[in-house]
Ligand binder design. Structure first.
Ligand code: WT7
Length: 653
C-alpha cells in the first residue's frame, strides 16, 4: 500500500514536532471550550449514539413532525430520525424570520467584476419561495431531480433552496465541467429540468454555460425544460417552449410557498464524484441527518457566532460549497460570503481585498489555493488589513506543514487557530478536525475525530493497527450525514465502501494515527487523483483519451505537483506514428472538452508499450515512479516484459 501514497511527502510529516495550542482568549469564548467537554461528548456519542444525536437533533433542528426513532439499522443501511418530518429551508431560513435575524445578511455576494448583492434572511425567503413556485409551474414535483449548472451567483443558492423547499432533489454540476459531463449526470439522475445561466465570469472571460447545456441536451433526453439566469448578457439561443429566462418566470409568481413536510430520509441532493472507475458516482444525501451534520460541524469546527462574517471560498458545485457555504452556515443563522470569480482577478490580492472589505472573521479555503498564494508572494496579503480574521480553515487534501506555517503567520498573524478538516463528498460533513478552542494543532495533521465519529486505521485484512502504522482509514460507526446510497446503484455503494473492511465504511484514504491519537491522512489508496483538492479518477481521463482517434491505449497516473498537489501524467500509445507536439496539444484539448478544465493533463508521454502484468493489468505503481522521476523500489516480479521499463525511462528523458 505504501506505494499508493508515495506521491505525498510522508517524510516531512513524520518529523513534525511543532505544536500550536488554541489561544486562550479564543478558547474562552468557543462553543466547545475544554478538553473535558470534548472528551465527554465524544465518549457519549460513541457509547450511546442514539441518545447523543437524538437530543441534539431535537434541540437544534426544527421538525414539522417529531421523529420516533433516532437511529435504525446497522451500517451501511442506517436510517436516522425515522418518522420525523422536516424541510431544509425551514431550518435554513424560516426559523430565523421569527427572530431578530429576519433582516440580518444571510448571503453577501460579490461578482468577479465587482458587483455586489446582499440578501437578508427575509430576502432569501422571498426569492426561494418565488422560485419554488416557478419550479412547480414548470411541472417539477416532490421527488423529481433537477440539474443545476451555474456560476457562483445568488440565484444558484436560491435555486438549490427552492428545490429543497418542494422536495425536488438537486444535482449540482460544477460550472467547470464539460457539456458531456452535464449530459452523463442528467442521464444518470434522469433529471427533468436544468437551471443554468448564459455564462459566468472567470478571470475576466465569460464561461459559456448555456451553450454547454444546449450541447448536453443532444445527449440527455430526460430534460424537458431549461431555466436561464441572465448573468453576463452574452449571446444565447433560447428554444421556445423549452428555454425560459429566470427573470421572466419570476415576474408574476407568488412569494408564498409552504415548505413540504418531508421524511427525514427524503433525498435532499445528489452530488457526483469520481470513483476508481470511469463512471462518476451519484452520492445521495438525505434531509434530516445531513442537515444535522452540516449544522453542528459548522458550529463546532468554525465556532460560528451571530456576529461573524464567514467566508468559504469553495464553489457550490463541490460538496464543500453545499455544506459550508449554504446548508451549514444558514442553518446556524450565519452571514455567509459568496464570491463568483478567481482569486487572481483583477490581481492576486482579490481574496485579501474581500476579507478587508467585508471584515471576514472566518476564512475557509484549500491547500492548493494556499500554495498559489505563497507563490504569488507575501506582498499581496500584506497590502490589506486582515485583522478581522479570527479562525482559518483548510480542506481538500493534506496540507503541507510549510503551507500550514505560512497560513498561520502571513494570514493568521499567529493569532488565528487553523482547522484542517478531513471529510469527503460521501461523509456530508467534517469528520476529523481540530476544535479551534480545544485542540492543540500539529501542522499537517487533521488531528482528532469530532463527536459521533469513530475512525480506525486497519490493515488490508481489517486488523486494527497500532500507533504510527500506516493503513486504511475506516469508520466503525454510522453517522447522521453519511451518504445513503449511490444513486441508482446500491450494489456499487455496498461494493465501494462496505465490502473491503468488514462492518466498516472504507474511505479510500491511507492514514496513520500517532501516539496522541492524531490522524495524519496521506492520500488516496485507490485510482483516484486529487488535483487541486478535486477528485478525478485515472480511468475517467483514460476513457477520454482513448475516445480520441489518434489513441490506441492510455494509462494515467498522478505525480507530485507544486501547486495542484497532484498533476496528471498520461502515457499514451498512439495508433499511428504521429507523436508531434501538435497531437499532444490536441489530446490535452480533447480531455478538457470531454471532462472539463480540471482534468487538463500536465504531461502527455507517447510510448509504444506500457508495463503490464502477465495477466495484462497495467502496473500503475511503476508508471507513478516514472512520472515522478523516482527510482523504483517496486516489486517487478510480475512484470511481463522488463525492457518496457527501460524504454519508458529513456522516453522520459
Ligand atoms: C478526499 C475527498 C470534503 C471536501 C473536499 C474534497 C481528501 C479532503 C482532506 C484533509 C487530507 C483530505 C481525501 C478525501 N481530503 N480533506 N483535510 N486532509 N486529505 O471532497 O472530492 O469528496 O474528496 O479529499 O483524500 O478522501 P472530495
Amino acid at each position: 500500500m505504501s506505494d499508493s501514497v508515495g506521491s505525498h511527502n510522508i517524510e516531512s510529516v513524520l518529523h513534525e514536532e511543532r505544536r500550536f495550542p488554541p489561544p486562550s482568549d479564543f478558547a474562552a469564548q468557543a462553543h466547545i471550550s475544554s478538553e473535558e467537554q470534548y472528551q465527554q461528548m465524544w465518549q457519549q456519542a460513541k457509547d450511546d449514539p442514539a441518545g447523543f444525536w437524538g437530543e441534539i437533533a431535537r434541540s437544534q433542528l426544527e421538525w414539522m413532525e417529531p421523529f420516533e426513532t433516532t437511529c435504525e439499522g446497522e451500517m451501511p443501511d442506517t436510517k436516522w430520525f425515522v418518522g420525523g418530518k422536516i424541510n431544509a429551508t425551514v431550518n435554513c431560513i424560516d426559523r430565523h424570520l421569527k427572530t431578530w435575524r429576519k433582516n440580518k445578511a444571510a448571503i453577501i455576494w460579490e461578482g468577479e467584476p465587482g458587483d455586489e448583492r446582499v440578501l437578508t434572511y427575509q430576502d432569501l425567503h422571498r426569492e426561494v419561495c418565488k422560485f419554488a413556485n416557478v419550479l412547480k409551474k414548470l411541472g417539477v414535483e416532490t421527488g423529481d431531480r433537477v440539474t443545476i449548472y451555474m456560476p457562483m451567483v445568488p440565484e444558484l443558492a436560491i435555486a438549490m433552496l427552492a428545490c429543497a423547499r418542494i422536495g425536488a432533489t438537486h444535482s449540482i454540476v460544477f460550472g467547470g465541467f464539460s457539456a458531456d459531463a452535464v449530459a452523463d449526470r442528467n442521464n444518470d439522475a434522469q433529471s427533468k429540468l436544468v437551471i443554468t445561466a448564459d455564462g459566468g465570469w472567470r478571470r475576466g472571460k465569460e464561461v459559456p454555460l448555456k451553450a454547454a447545456v444546449d450541447a448536453s441536451l443532444e445527449k440527455s433526453k430526460s430534460i424537458e425544460k431549461v431555466v436561464v439566469v441572465r448573468r453576463t448578457g452574452g449571446d444565447v439561443t433560447m428554444v421556445p417552449d423549452r428555454d425560459y429566462w429566470w427573470h421572466d418566470l419570476m415576474e408574476d409568481v407568488s412569494a408564498e410557498c409552504d415548505p413540504v413536510a418531508l421524511d427525514a430520509e427524503h433525498p435532499l441532493y445528489i452530488l457526483y464524484t469520481s470513483g476508481s472507475t470511469g463512471k462518476p458516482k451519484g452520492v445521495l444525501h438525505t434531509t434530516g441527518g445531513y442537515m444535522l451534520g452540516a449544522m453542528m460541524t459548522s458550529k463546532w469546527v468554525f465556532d460560528l457566532k451571530d456576529e461573524d462574517t464567514y467566508w468559504c471560498t469553495a464553489d457550490i458545485g463541490w460538496v464543500t460549497g453545499h455544506s459550508y457555504i449554504i446548508y451549514g452556515p444558514l442553518a446556524n443563522g450565519a452571514t455567509t460570503v459568496m464570491y463568483e470569480g478567481a482569486p487572481n482577478w483583477p490581481d492576486e490580492g482579490r481574496f485579501w481585498q474581500i476579507v478587508e472589505k467585508y471584515k471576514v472573521n472566518i476564512f475557509y479555503t484549500a491547500p492548493t489555493a494556499i500554495r498559489a498564494f505563497i507563490k504569488w508572494g507575501d506582498d499581496w496579503p500584506n497590502q490589506y488589513d486582515l485583522s478581522s480574521l479570527r479562525l482559518l480553515g483548510s480542506v481538500g487534501e493534506p496540507i503541507n506543514p510549510e503551507a500550514w506555517m505560512w497560513y498561520h503567520r502571513t494570514i493568521g498573524k499567529e493569532r488565528c487557530p487553523i482547522v484542517d478538516t478531513w471529510w469527503q463528498t460521501e461523509t456530508g460533513a467534517i469528520m476529523i478536525s481540530p476544535l479551534p478552542g480545544v485542540t492543540e494543532a500539529k501542522p499537517g495533521s487533521c488531528t482528532r475525530p469530532l463527536p459521533g465519529v469513530v475512525p480506525d486505521i486497519v490493515s488490508e485484512e481489517g486488523e486494527s493497527l497500532g500507533d504510527n502504522q500506516g493503513g486504511l482509514l475506516v469508520m466503525k460507526q454510522p453517522w447522521p450525514s453519511m451518504l445513503r446510497t449511490l444513486y441508482g446503484d446500491h450494489q456499487r455503494f455496498l461494493d465501494t465502501y462496505f465490502s473491503k473492511i468488514d462492518g466498516c465504511y472504507f474511505a479510500g484514504d491511507g492514514a496513520r494515527r500517532d501516539e496522541d491519537g492524531y490522524y495524519w491522512v496521506m492520500g488516496r489508496v485507490d485510482d483516484v487523483l486529487n488535483v487541486s483538492g478535486h477528485r478525478l479518477s485515472t480511468m475517467e481521463v483514460e476513457s477520454a483519451l482513448v475516445s480520441h482517434e489518434a489513441v490506441a491505449e492510455a494509462a494515467v497516473v498522478g505525480f507530485p505537483h507544486d501547486l495542484k498537489g497532484e498533476g496528471i501524467c498520461c502515457f499514451v500509445i498512439p495508433k499511428g506514428t504521429d507523436v508531434s507536439e501538435e497531437t499532444k496539444k490536441e489530446l490535452i484539448a480533447h480531455v478538457r472538452q470531454q471532462i472539463g478544465a480540471i482534468a487538463t493533463p500536465d504531461q502527455i508521454r507517447f510510448t509504444n508499450s506500457l508495463p503490464k502484468t502477465r495477466s495484462g493489468k497495467i502496473m500503475r505503481r511503476l508508471l507513478r515512479d516514472i512520472a515522478a522521476g523516482r527510482e523504483s523500489t517496486q516489486d517487478t516480479t510480475t512484470l511481463e516484459d522488463f525492457s518496457v521499463l527501460a524504454k519508458l525511462r529513456e522516453e522520459a528523458e
